[in-house]
Design a protein around this ligand. Structure first.
Ligand SMILES: Nc1nc2c(c(=O)[nH]1)N[C@H]1C(S)=C(S)[C@@H](COP(=O)(O)OP(=O)(O)OC[C@H]3O[C@@H](n4cnc5c(=O)[nH]c(N)nc54)[C@H](O)[C@@H]3O)O[C@H]1N2
Ligand SMILES: Nc1nc2c(c(=O)[nH]1)N[C@H]1C(S)=C(S)[C@@H](COP(=O)(O)OP(=O)(O)OC[C@H]3O[C@@H](n4cnc5c(=O)[nH]c(N)nc54)[C@H](O)[C@@H]3O)O[C@H]1N2
Ligand SMILES: [Mo]
Length: 731
């Protein structure tokens, strides 16, 4: 059956199905309702309001991914005999989905070069080997990677330990995600996160959703979009693909919407992949031609206004049209919608950041909002829709190569901690350095470096050149079986709702909330904080200022965070007050920005040529399906795009014809970086001709390591490919 809307009864039926897998719907419901913040995206759910409640208090806000993540954590254990029975080469043959479904990791396991199997080891053996290796290694030959799933407490403690040990090679998955938003917003308004809160959407009359598919990736946002439409507001979607759920969505918590479906997009613009910068400048030019620029606002609250005006006058419509792929008339039409809006929000995700000009894209979004005074008042502003549930918190508490000066100074003055002043490496730099044998030890707090990196062949090679790699994880993923270091340890950890003491997370709207934790589901896994504190105690017993025994308690770590991280002071007694709080100085309801002079900055850009225009070429985006969470694939099916498998490339019928192909032909897809043979070419009318879609992480073989110089984020959505019939032509 073809799916014509997102959400709806399918989402509810799915809940029943997952309930059965979890050992009963009631059991799953109870797990979902505990007072822990949601494990999947960063929209900010749960916490002390209880699960399935959003920041505006709406209940029940269900999302398939959060059920999947919960059920995965409720799986039985992988038995120790499993590792004896299954060789690593057999495990490599498993799909990301099969690896995830092996069960929960409960024993520390080790691989040693030359061995064919993993072996279980005791915690003592693992700790001993890790500490010995760290003692033999110069600190700057190590790196520390953090996914955004862990708590603020674990993130803070591990970065502290790594720095006291002597390195700043500390980074998180943001470098492959919203780093361009952070850098772009920092340059524009002096603060790197959303300038709005969720309630602001309730006061807006227009929202732009650029380069994202929240129907699938942030489904709870759809409730807000539905209400905005019901009030007569406009939703402008900018996306090379007409995404089913962005056209129509059935909000499960709303009976009318559930039955009839709610129209989401009022306007849908389909630029070429990478065409947004030209389109955003085109929109600004058209707004100016409509005389809708707020000059008073610009003069009072913004810098570099003249340069900006000069650029919108100088840029030609011809350049805008060719580089965006959108006709002038359509751009003028959308500009009129914006010009008529009194309160407009600009939201964006990976279609904006995953480009070699990602920061420029974000700055151009900010320019467009600022030119009509749409930042710094209620119902208006800039809203990067963040990815991982605590990626923002991890960054706030110090998981970045360079510590914020305030944190650095406070740690030294208040706690007498000695910190290195060297320049730390970002994620991609660490991979490059590992491949040059300049690093010899890696440590990952969650995540999947192999799966999330561009150029998978390179990624595996780089990781395999390490002497030792240590990964703290809940379940198995492709990164545990590919690119193994000479000695590799996988240490099983508890998920946040299994922790014996509370932890905290930060949502994309800058709210810090408490997760109560809960009973452990299985014997074996240890608390992340406990593992890190134990390593710290053994590695740096004499470290000045730090008592590792008390650091085992998350409350002690919260006291440190309160003392050193700006805006986080209320975290100190959050366990007693149980009051979530918002970090000050980040939401702007007044045009008084966090820059030195309080003004926002406009930026000018040279628009890059649109790539992939040669004969036989296509521009490729590598994206998520509805059935996955990043490198973890829960289901092979992509419900909203009506696909049942993942080894496919979706193209417009015009492109199939141009390349002499037919629907369901087997093709070889090649880029300058790599090639994927025997991919099924599928006809997909919803995509803009000239562009193609494949799934991350399988397609990462094709993605180059070329990154945005300003954010160090690879162009995951800007891959030039050639598609040829494969020798085994049809399936
Ligand atoms: N179900 C689910 N939810 C998730 C995740 C998940 O894997 N699964 N991951 C989480 C994480 S970490 C993140 S970062 C977010 C990601 O959330 P999204 O950014 O929504 O996810 P992507 O699949 O990367 O896709 C981006 C969208 O951008 C469009 N796009 C691609 N290239 C361009 C372009 O050049 N211009 C424009 N305008 N659009 C483009 C694609 O058509 C697609 O609709 O989701 C979070 N939530
Ligand atoms: N081609 C392409 N590549 C991309 C992207 C893309 O769109 N296209 N997207 C990029 C983006 S936006 C991101 S964010 C990155 C994702 O990069 P990562 O964050 O590195 O990868 P994930 O797949 O989210 O990591 C999942 C693993 O985390 C572990 N885990 C889950 N919960 C916990 C926990 O509570 N504690 C611990 N310690 N471990 C846990 C599990 O073992 C699971 O297998 O990938 C990037 N790579
Ligand atoms: Mo992400």
């Amino acid at each position: 059956m073809k799916v014509g809307s997102g959400g709806g009864f399918r989402a509810i039926l799915y809940t029943w199905k997952k309930g059965r897998e979890a050992g009963g719907l009631w059991k799953l419901y109870k797990a979902m309702r505990t007072r822990n913040s949601c494990k999947t995206c960063a929209l900010g759910m749960g916490g002390q309001k209880g699960g399935m409640v959003n920041e505006a208090g709406s209940f029940p806000e269900v999302c398939k991914k959060s059920l999947q993540a919960m059920v995965a954590d409720m799986q039985p254990a992988i038995e120790p005999t499993f590792w004896k029975q299954n060789s690593i080469s057999e495990l490599r043959k498993l799909s990301p989905r099969e690896l995830e479904h092996l069960g929960r990791l409960v024993h520390p396991i080790r691989f040693r070069k030359g061995a064919s199997h993993f072996e279980t080891v005791t915690w003592q053996e693992a700790y001993g080997a890790i500490i010995e290796k760290l003692r033999q290694t110069a600190a700057d030959r190590t790196f520390w990677y953090f996914s955004g799933r862990s708590s603020n407490e674990a993130g803070f403690l591990l970065q502290l330990m790594a720095r006291v040990y002597g390195t700043n090679n500390i980074n998180n998955c943001s470098y492959y995600c919203h780093q361009a938003s952070g850098v772009g917003l920092q340059t524009a308004v002096g603060s790197g996160t959303a300038t709005v809160v969720l309630e602001d959407i309730d006061h807006a009359d227009c929202i732009f959703v650029i380069g994202g598919n929240p129907a699938s990736n942030h489904p709870r946002l759809m409730t807000s979009l539905m209400h905005l439409r019901r009030r007569g507001g406009k939703v402008v979607v900018i996306n090379p693909v007409r995404e089913t759920g962005m056209l129509k969505f059935r909000v499960p918590s709303d009976p009318v919407s559930l039955l009839k479906g709610s129209k989401i997009a009022s306007h849908y613009v389909q630029p070429h992949i990478g065409g947004d910068l030209a389109l955003l400048w085109g929109l600004a030019k058209a707004v100016s031609q409509l005389d809708a620029v707020d000059l008073d606002y610009l003069q009072q609250h913004c810098n570099d206004v003249e340069d900006w005006q000069h650029t919108i006058n100088a840029i030609t419509w011809e350049e805008i049209e060719t580089k965006s792929g959108v006709p002038r008339s359509e751009i003028e039409n959308i500009a009129k919608i914006y010009a008529d809006s009194k309160r407009c929000i600009f939201a964006w995700t990976m279609g904006i950041t995953h480009h070699a000009h990602g920061v420029q894209n974000v700055q151009a979004v900010a320019n467009l909002a600022l030119c009509r005074g749409m930042v710094g008042k209620p119902g208006c502003g800039l809203m990067p829709i963040r990815g991982h549930s605590n990626v923002q918190g991890i960054g706030s508490v110090g998981v970045t190569p360079k510590l914020k000066t305030q944190i650095f100074d406070a740690l030294q003055s208040k706690y007498q901690v000695k910190l290195p002043a060297t320049v730390g490496k970002d994620t991609l730099e660490c991979m490059e350095a590992a491949s040059r044998f300049e690093l010899s030890f890696g440590f990952s707090l969650g995540g999947n470096l192999f799966g999330s990196n561009p150029d998978s062949k390179f990624a595996a090679e780089a990781l395999s050149r390490l002497d030792m790699n240590v990964m703290l994880s809940t379940t198995m993923n492709t990164g545990h079986v590919n690119g193994l270091a000479a000695e590799t340890y996988i240490l099983p950890v508890l998920a946040r709702d299994e922790e014996s003491t509370p932890t905290t997370q930060e949502s994309m709207f800058n709210y810090v909330r408490l997760s109560d934790g809960g009973p452990r589901r299985l014997p074996g896994p240890r608390s992340e904080v406990e593992v890190i504190a134990e390593l710290g105690k053994r590695l740096l017993p004499e470290a000045s200022g730090i008592d590792w025994n008390t650091m085992q308690q998350t409350s002690t770590i919260r006291q440190w965070i309160a003392d050193v991280v700006p805006g986080y002071d209320q975290i100190a007694d959050i366990e007693q007050t149980r009051k979530e709080f918002q970090i000050s100085g980040r939401t702007f309801h007044e045009p008084d920005f966090a820059t030195d002079d309080g003004k926002a900055n406009l930026h000018t850009h040279t628009i890059p040529e649109l790539k992939g225009r040669q004969d036989k070429e296509l521009r490729l985006m590598t994206v998520r399906s509805e059935g996955q969470f990043n490198t973890v694939v829960y289901e092979e099916e992509d419900l909203y795009r009506n696909q049942t498998r993942r080894d496919i490339i979706l193209m417009h019928p015009d492109d199939l014809k141009r390349l002499g192909l037919e629907h369901e032909d087997l093709v070889d897809v090649t880029s300058d970086t790599g090639s994927l043979p025997n991919i099924l070419a599928r006809c997909y009318e919803s995509i803009r001709p000239g562009n193609a879609l494949m799934y991350f992480p399988e397609a990462n073989v094709l993605v180059s390591r070329h990154a945005d110089p300003a954010s160090k984020t690879p162009a995951f959505k800007g891959v030039v490919i050639r598609v040829l019939p494969s020798p085994r032509r049809s399936s």
